[in-house]
Design a protein around this ligand. Structure first.
Ligand SMILES: Cc1cc2nc3c(=O)[nH]c(=O)nc-3n(C[C@H](O)[C@H](O)[C@H](O)COP(=O)(O)O)c2cc1C
Length: 140
């Protein structure tokens, strides 16, 4: 099973989670600016919340790489508890790409809120989530 990790990060929080997930699943985390050169069964996609939605670069990545994506697993952060999962799922469905129902979400630092998040525990939780997803998706 081939696994890839892609993310969009303005301030570094999503990259931090992506690097932790990449280490856990044995795939180097790369920006969404880097296309998928081969088919991947699972693409962990890091998409945090900006103005209530994912950055357009993430949506563009899905459209441009649809034929090489088996299934998307969303992860991200936000200053609220909100996730981009629903928006990503909808964008993916529009390109006939599947999205896992489970996703990883944690608090992200923004202005004076959630200082230091994602922290080491968030990264450990993201890594654990990713390993579980690989196990789960590997047997379905
Ligand atoms: C321009 C901007 C808009 C944001 N809008 C929201 C928002 O609508 N809702 C929310 O919960 N967090 C919002 N946030 C907080 C980010 O989701 C949070 O800081 C996240 O950790 C950023 O990830 P990054 O460092 O990878 O860019 C916003 C952050 C920025 C910079």
């Amino acid at each position: 099973m081939r696994t890839e990790v892609r993310y969009f990060s303005r301030g570094g929080a999503t990259k931090k989670l992506a690097d932790a997930i990449g280490r856990a699943v044995g795939a180097e985390a790369k920006s969404v600016e880097v296309p998928l050169e081969q088919y991947a069964d699972v693409v962990f996609l890091g998409a945090s919340v900006y103005g209530g939605k994912p950055d357009p670069a993430v949506v563009n990545f899905i459209g441009a790489n649809a034929k090489n994506i088996g299934k998307i697993v969303v992860f991200g952060s936000a200053c609220t508890g909100k996730s981009t999962h629903a928006a990503i799922k909808s964008a993916a469905a529009g390109n006939a790409v599947k999205t896992a129902e489970m996703f990883f979400q944690c608090k992200g630092q923004f202005l004076f809120m959630n200082k230091g998040r994602p922290n080491d525990q968030d990264c450990a939780d993201a890594a654990e989530f990713a390993k579980k997803q690989i196990k789960l998706l590997g047997v379905t």
